[in-house]
Design a protein around this ligand. Sequence first.
Ligand SMILES: C[S@@+](CC[C@H](N)C(=O)[O-])C[C@H]1O[C@@H](n2cnc3c(N)ncnc32)[C@H](O)[C@@H]1O
Length: 188
Amino acid sequence: MGMNIFHRYLCRSSAWERASATRIVPWAVESIPLGDNALEIGPGYGANVRTLRERAGALTGLEIDPALATRLREKQGGQVRVIEGDGTAMPLPDREFSSVLCFTMLHHVPAPARQDELFAEAFRVLRPGGMFAGSDGLDSFAFRLMHLGDTCVPVPPGTLTDRLARLGFTDIEIGTGPTMFRFRARRP
Ligand SMILES: C[S@@+](CC[C@H](N)C(=O)[O-])C[C@H]1O[C@@H](n2cnc3c(N)ncnc32)[C@H](O)[C@@H]1O
């Protein structure tokens, strides 16, 4: 789950925040209605909060790192309700959210089976009709280098349709760009 110093620096930088808010998130959630109650898993330094708030009525962030959760609450607590917890075992009720989102965090979940637990939890906390969507980096030498000494378990996008369908998701769409993939799926 940890991040090395370079990676920590990158995630906190304004260049990252701009790239994430203006390119990654708009691409990942393009044409998806986020509804009145969105959940972001792994908001970190909060790069995506403003962009998500423009598209969702209310926003909750579920962050596993206690220091990041506290920091985000202090900095953007008026924009996002911050809950400290694990996306693979969410301290959140069933059928609460109109959308569940995650960006650039799945590779920090340390094993495919744990990633599948996170997907199952996303399904559980979604309302029927709600969308699960997000994006992450594609595996590459540069991506691995950036994560030296960190957890780095990239999701092969070709596996996602089966992994999500098995849990009951429908309308699954996967798209790939040069360095990232995006996914979206519906809880029927
Ligand atoms: C690389 S950062 C990305 C932050 C943000 N989503 C962005 O796009 O800038 C990954 C974040 O996911 C968090 N994270 C990792 N595993 C998690 C889990 N199981 N549940 C919730 N958050 C998690 C990390 O603590 C970190 O804040």
